[in-house]
Design a protein around this ligand. Structure first.
Ligand SMILES: Cc1cc2nc3c(=O)[nH]c(=O)nc-3n(C[C@H](O)[C@H](O)[C@H](O)COP(=O)(O)OP(=O)(O)OC[C@H]3O[C@@H](n4cnc5c(N)ncnc54)[C@H](O)[C@@H]3O)c2cc1C
Length: 303
């Protein structure tokens, strides 16, 4: 029984649309929010014993869930848990994986630490950002990550050094175990990370963050639910430009629409479904390939 889980908030038959920025997704058998490492261990034991699939999420800002029921457990690592911040050196922070990027930026300002400003306006948690190697302005979070503390499927806890994380363009070793099924060897949940930043003037850091957020507000369709950029940029090209030149801006299937403001965003106008978004992704890929012979690779995680 899922109610036997220790140190977790548990919600049965929870709609996943409540936990994704796209506002799309069917229900899951159980949605659990561990409050401590014991909570995570208890979930791992439970899924291993009962051979259930497990999906770890942060704030669900880069995910597209099916409309059908997910028969398994979805575990969220997010605020208010796993959010501790420790200054371990004058420019090193140890931070819990559940902290939101916006809160992490506030901490950076409070402590006068620079080097994360490029993450301004990116929603989600630190754990999600590390998994996706999220970034903007030609910078990625992996550049400031020294090492990451994880727990594996057996409940073993250890650190992984930067060079072992496999950071690439929207890539890391953590991306490849979604969702986890019992017995699968490679599976690690991020618990915390050490970040190497630089000393900086708090006023200047804050001003830079505000400037970036302002620009993002004017360029991105933030008034609609979405999961950010849908496609990775192909080598030497910008996906949004190709999509626009292939006349896809405004293209609509059901309530899913290629944003009229930013062509690499698909927005949920109101009641878009998984099927609408998937069909629109395929149509954009088809049109871009037809015009440029370029295959667009999705950036968001489609389950
Ligand atoms: C409006 C908007 C703008 C965006 N702009 C950008 C942008 O500029 N740049 C950019 O890179 N992205 C952008 N994104 C995408 C998204 O915000 C990032 O990818 C973000 O880092 C995902 O974090 P999350 O916590 O929401 O992760 P989720 O979407 O919840 O999960 C993403 C992946 O991380 C895994 N994961 C999450 N937490 C953990 C953990 N603790 N341990 C192991 N695995 C974990 C999940 O299993 C999943 O595979 C944007 C999204 C939106 C909605």
């Amino acid at each position: 029984m899922v109610s036997s889980l220790k140190s977790c908030e548990i919600r049965v038959d929870e709609p996943l649309s409540l936990h994704t920025s796209f506002k799309i997704g069917g229900r899951c058998d159980s949605f659990v929010i561990p409050e401590s490492i014991d909570g995570i261990k208890s979930v791992l034991n439970f899924v291993n014993q009962n051979k259930l699939p497990l999906l770890v999420i942060g704030n669900g800002t880069n995910l597209l869930f099916p409309d059908d029921k997910f028969s398994g457990i979805v575990m969220q690592i997010g605020e208010p848990y796993f959010c501790d911040v420790d200054a371990i050196h004058e420019s090193y922070l140890r931070v819990g994986a559940g902290i939101s990027i916006s809160r992490l930026l506030e901490v950076a300002v409070e402590k006068g630490l620079s080097g994360l400003e490029f993450m301004s306006g990116i929603p989600g948690t630190l754990g999600g950002a590390i998994t996706m190697n999220a970034g903007a302005q030609r910078k990625r979070i992996g550049e400031v990550i020294e090492r990451v503390k994880v727990i594996n499927r057996k409940g073993e806890i250890y650190w992984i050094e930067h060079k072992e994380i496999g950071f690439g363009y929207r890539e890391s070793r953590f991306k490849h175990s979604v969702p986890y099924s019992a017995g699968q060897e490679e599976f690690e949940i991020i618990l915390s990370a050490e970040l190497k930043l630089k000393r900086g003037d708090p006023c200047r850091i804050k001003a830079r963050i505000q400037e970036i957020v302002k620009v993002r507000k004017s360029r991105l369709p933030l008034e609609f639910p979405s999961a950010g950029c849908v496609f990775k940029n192909p080598e030497d090209k910008i996906a949004g430009e190709l999509i626009e030149l292939a006349s896809c801006k405004g293209l609509r299937i059901g309530d899913a629409q290629v944003s009229t403001l930013h062509a690499n965003f698909i927005v949920n106008l109101e009641k878009a479904t998984y099927k609408d978004v998937k069909a629109l992704i395929s149509e954009v890929q088809r049109k871009v390939y037809q015009k440029f012979k370029v295959s667009l690779d999705p950036e968001l995680i489609i389950l």
